[in-house]
Design a protein around this ligand. Structure first.
Ligand SMILES: Cc1cc2nc3c(=O)[nH]c(=O)nc-3n(C[C@H](O)[C@H](O)[C@H](O)COP(=O)(O)OP(=O)(O)OC[C@H]3O[C@@H](n4cnc5c(N)ncnc54)[C@H](O)[C@@H]3O)c2cc1C
Length: 338
């Protein structure tokens, strides 16, 4: 093992001091709809709303689009470290999405859809033609009439007639609380009850192709949830794998340095994958999968009906569900803003 690259865990939204905005508000930008989050939910909603003729601005704190759909290039290898594929159960929703994307972005393999050059390419295609501001963390959403305000860490203020928040629910709730958006008791209970499992990940560039029986396997194991072979998946030119830990193992090892958990994961994956590791990269998804999605598609706030909370937690907790939640959120906003 020649090199170890370490990635910090996803930061939970730290309580941050909110900059003061004058009561008049100094809006740097106006739009019909502001979408917080450029994951599959947010981009799907934004596309539908833009297609309906509304002005839409998407904001994401990340450096790129995709959220939990994330592809990295490491020393000539291409690795997906978040979602790997769309399950057959969601193929219908995904086929609808695929219909709106260029033909060379998605490919069906073994009954599942994957991004041909990595899963992020799907998000990038969804984002094409949209106005997306990356590296723009939203600090709070203020519910006001007739326009809501979003305060950004950069100091900018966005005014929007409607807001769709697609951050994982604990982070979404923090944005609303900071902005003093009124929630009724049932909404607070619902949102506070949505929990996520974490997922620790090892990304490894290998010296030679691993002896894996398939492009990805999900062993029945206490430590290893999934091993994806990116060369066999057709996304990487050179041998590379992603190993996902189980939720229990990820929770138990969350506080460890990422290079330590990544090395432990590679060791645990040995029975299925024996190739020597050249580069190892550790990552942690704090909000990987909602433990018990609540359904409903999205949540339209009773006392602020032009603020909609959306994401995979309101459907099936996966990519197909994120697509469906984005559609539901767009429909809810169109109903109120068109
Ligand atoms: C390790 C892992 C493996 C998975 N494997 C699969 C799989 O194989 N198949 C499958 O179907 N699903 C899988 N999933 C689940 C799938 O990735 C998610 O269901 C889906 O990507 C969720 O999309 P989303 O848009 O709802 O949320 P996200 O992708 O989380 O998007 C939310 C966005 O909000 C942004 N954000 C948060 N807070 C702020 C803020 N304050 N300001 C601005 N932006 C903010 C984030 O940066 C993020 O980009 C996996 C997930 C993980 C983590």
């Amino acid at each position: 093992m020649q090199d170890i690259l370490i990635c910090k865990p996803d930061e939970a939204l730290e309580p941050t001091e909110i900059p003061q905005v004058s009561s008049r508000g100094t809006n740097d930008r106006r739009c019909d709809v502001a979408v917080v989050g450029a994951g599959i939910t947010g981009l799907t909603a934004a596309r539908a709303l833009a297609a309906a003729g509304l002005s839409v601005l998407v904001l994401d704190k990340g450096r790129g689009v995709g959220g939990r759909v994330a592809t990295r290039r490491i020393e000539g290898a291409t690795v997906d470290h978040g979602a790997q594929a769309v399950d057959a159960a969601n193929a219908g929703a995904w086929a609808a999405l695929a219909g709106g994307l260029p033909a060379n972005v998605l490919e069906r393999r073994a009954g599942r859809w994957i991004g041909r050059i990595g899963m992020t390419s799907v998000a990038k295609s969804l984002a094409a033609g949209l106005e997306v501001l990356t590296a723009e963390r939203v600090l709070c959403v203020r519910g006001a009439s007739p326009e809501h305000q979003l305060l950004l860490e950069s100091g900018r203020v966005i005014a929007a007639r409607a807001v769709i928040v697609t951050a994982p629910v604990p982070q979404a709730l923090e944005l609303l609380t900071q902005g003093e958006v009124p929630l009724d008791a049932a909404e607070t209970r619902l949102l506070e009850g949505i929990e996520y499992d974490p997922c620790l990940v090892a990304l490894a560039v290998l010296e030679r192709a691993p002896t894996l029986p398939d492009a990805w396997i999900e062993p029945d194991d206490e430590t290893v949830a999934l091993i994806a072979n990116h060369q066999a998946r057709g996304v990487s030119a050179i041998p590379a794998v992603t190993v996902h830990a189980t939720p229990d193992w990820s929770s138990a090892h969350w506080e460890e340095p990422r290079e330590q958990s990544a090395a432990a994961l590679i060791a645990a994956a040995k029975p299925w994958m024996d190739a020597p590791v050249r580069v190892l990269f550790g990552h942690g998804w704090r909000y990987a999968r909602p433990r018990a999605p609540v359904g409903g598609g999205c949540l339209v706030l009773a006392q602020a009906p032009t603020i909609v909370i959306a994401g995979d937690a309101f459907t099936s907790g996966d990519l197909g569900g994120a697509f469906r939640s984005g559609c539901a959120a767009a429909e809810a906003v169109l109903h109120r803003c068109a």
